[in-house]
Design a protein around this ligand. Sequence first.
Ligand code: MGD
Ligand code: MGD
Ligand code: SF4
Ligand code: MO
Length: 751
Amino acid sequence: MKITRREFIKCTAASSAFMAIGVPFSFAAAKDKNVDHWVKGVCRFCGTGCGVMVGVKDKKVVTVKGDPNNHNAGFLCLKGALMTPIIYSKDRVTEPLIRKNGKLVPASWNEAMDLVASKFKDAIKKDGPTAVGYYGSGQALTEETYLASKIFKAGLNSNNVEGNPRLCMASAVGGYVTTFGKDEPCGTYDDIDAATCLFIIGSNTSECHPILFKRIAARKQSDPNVKVIVVDPRKTNTARIADVHVAFKPGTDLALLNSMAYVIIQEELDNYRFHSKYVSFMDNKKNKLTFKDYQKFLEDYTPEKAEKITGVPAATIEKIAKIFAESSATTSLWCMGINQRIRGVWANNLISNLHLLTGHIGKPGATPFSLTGQPNACGGVRDTGGLAHLLPAGRLIKKKSHRNEVEKLWGLPQDSLNPKPGYHTMAMWSALAEGKLKALLVLCTNPAHSLPNLNKYVNGMKRKDTFIALIELFKDAETVKYADVVLPPAYWCEREGVYGCSERRYALVEKAIDPPGQCKPAVDILIDFAKRVGVDPKLVPYKNSADIWDEWRAVGRPTTYNFWGITRERLRKESGIKWPCPTEDHPGTDIRYVRGKDPNIPKDHPNKYHFYGKPDGKAVIWFRPYKAAAEEPDAQYPFVLTTGRVIDHWHTGTMTMKVPELRRSFPKAYVEVNKKDAKKMDIQNGDNVLLETRRDKMVFQARVSDVCRPGLVFVPWFDANLLINKLTYDAIDPGSKQPEFKICAVKVSKA
Ligand SMILES: Nc1nc2c(c(=O)[nH]1)N[C@H]1C(S)=C(S)[C@@H](COP(=O)(O)OP(=O)(O)OC[C@H]3O[C@@H](n4cnc5c(=O)[nH]c(N)nc54)[C@H](O)[C@@H]3O)O[C@H]1N2
Ligand SMILES: Nc1nc2c(c(=O)[nH]1)N[C@H]1C(S)=C(S)[C@@H](COP(=O)(O)OP(=O)(O)OC[C@H]3O[C@@H](n4cnc5c(=O)[nH]c(N)nc54)[C@H](O)[C@@H]3O)O[C@H]1N2
Ligand code: SF4
Ligand SMILES: [Mo]
């Protein structure tokens, strides 16, 4: 298939509109005459994890189309369909680079890796293993994250293993683990097709999970009884298809969700039979309480009281609570509007509370479903334990029994793993700024653009006495400016490995082509690194990434993640399989925690539902009071600044800015201002607007619209020339340690 430039432009112009009304966009019908062969893979971008077919001709990728056998049924959004030019960008790093006299200059692999190893060895010798660390990504392959985590935790005895999922999914992990005792959703995308109420809160699904949004819109169109509720302070494209859009005051989700619970109980719409048997009630001090106590706790959240906090009319709160509870099957979907908050874990709990209260769980169409952002945040980082407090498959560093189990699996002496969790992400970058962390290996993430309150952390990256080795695709990524060594990786389909998307689906990205120049798969770079820093060779015995996969299967096997049945051979044949999947003939699991559906529950278990992550088998309804954001607007900084995404760009823009059609649709960041606010400040479309927070100030062009509610401004964060993260705030959730990207106070004026 060859798409002409004109066709591309047409698609680009139409993309947002298509997605908003749910008309599918597909290249599947296009002809394939210019392709030698097709290779199966997964889209490089969002956590939807669409299956793709990569068309290869003369050893080059010439096109990408949707895999008809995967959940996306052949459809892709534009980002997915336009991945090819990224591979062939002239800005790729194709040879190792070393900083000499302040400039990055080419070096051999040997010279570069020797330098990296010597810096790490020196740091360990001088300050011990906690002076080194790894900062990875939910976009790295499972094999890469598993291996890096093992090299640092087992090989170097350092638990300083972190990554961008801390900026993204940490609150969702915290929410699931506290509510159910286990991470990861209990439902799948199929629930969207069976739901009669879709409760979407803090997720701009139409722009950030477009192919799922297509499914949501199709579901709504298929049945007039299906209701969509969108809770977002912005009137996004997602909100535009909603039956009820709740444009509430940012940061007040906790009050709103508690109030919905209040209404549900008041109206006797709770499912007493369900929650009296399968649910326990707990307050913040982990006291076991009763349903009666819960009712009492909720008295602070009558719709009238919640109206005062949230700005949502009491009648609207009552209405959405009733729709949620009365539907035959309700699925909730949420993302960063919930997670990137100082009470992100609590907000996650409160969404699950509504499901546990009404029994909307474990039935087709009824599930609390956290949308993951990156293509492999779930499979790669959450599941393999690529964070500072985790070990593989849900095990914890702090738990001796978990450490001992992993020591056995990894062939380590008993009690040899470091029992102290490492630095979480924000602490890691602070430690670098303070000179406590001396050497850092960074893979597949661009922290000099993506961290909040950037100035503080970039000053740390600039230190002369710290060392950053960066494995990065592009010369123009912001973090390259601060790296001491840059190593060139093989990209996406230039090496093979597994991605695990939001619905517990593991799928293989197959190798389609060779990488350019001296680029190498990250797995090879990591194995070389391990050898040179003196990691015991027995810990890295792999010939290829399939060997790592097999080890990871064995490490997951004794747990409830059990995906022993997801062999490499199966992954080559099938377009993804959902764990748990204990045996090779097991079809994978759609619904967890239900007898007969979840292979972790014995067939003769006395209860239909069994929340085996909790000792008593019961999920928890948590009492979580409303807490305000870390930095509320005041007289000096009277607006709320929120940041987020646009459909055609991926994060820091390094990849999507290389695609002319995508760059053209959003060439530059801007600030969205509400019409009424704009009028008061005499701001017109296109005017320069000064945004000033307690941390920095910057000028953006205005887009005046009704998208933001009054008092709120929004800036997309893809633009490296307008680094909005210099203005954002780095307050973190005390539980998940995830920063509150979504809310800070800002002064807005015409520039
Ligand atoms: N096109 C595109 N798609 C992507 C990505 C991308 O970069 N580009 N990145 C991927 C990744 S890693 C992620 S994490 C996801 C993120 O996906 P989303 O979370 O859907 O996207 P965001 O734009 O970050 O934020 C979502 C919404 O949160 C709202 N919000 C702000 N404050 C609040 C609040 O207090 N409460 C509530 N309820 N909502 C609030 C914002 O108005 C915004 O519309 O997208 C993934 N998909
Ligand atoms: N203001 C604000 N900031 C945010 C957020 C927000 O909502 N608002 N969201 C946060 C969230 S949810 C996330 S997930 C993070 C994401 O933040 P980052 O992970 O920093 O953003 P990316 O642009 O995805 O960075 C990926 C980097 O890896 C490079 N790369 C691409 N492919 C490969 C590869 O195959 N191998 C290697 N080695 N490198 C590769 C890319 O060129 C790019 O530099 O940002 C966070 N930052
Ligand atoms: S929805 Fe996400 S995974 Fe699917 S094609 Fe678009 S960017 Fe890729
Ligand atoms: Mo993310």
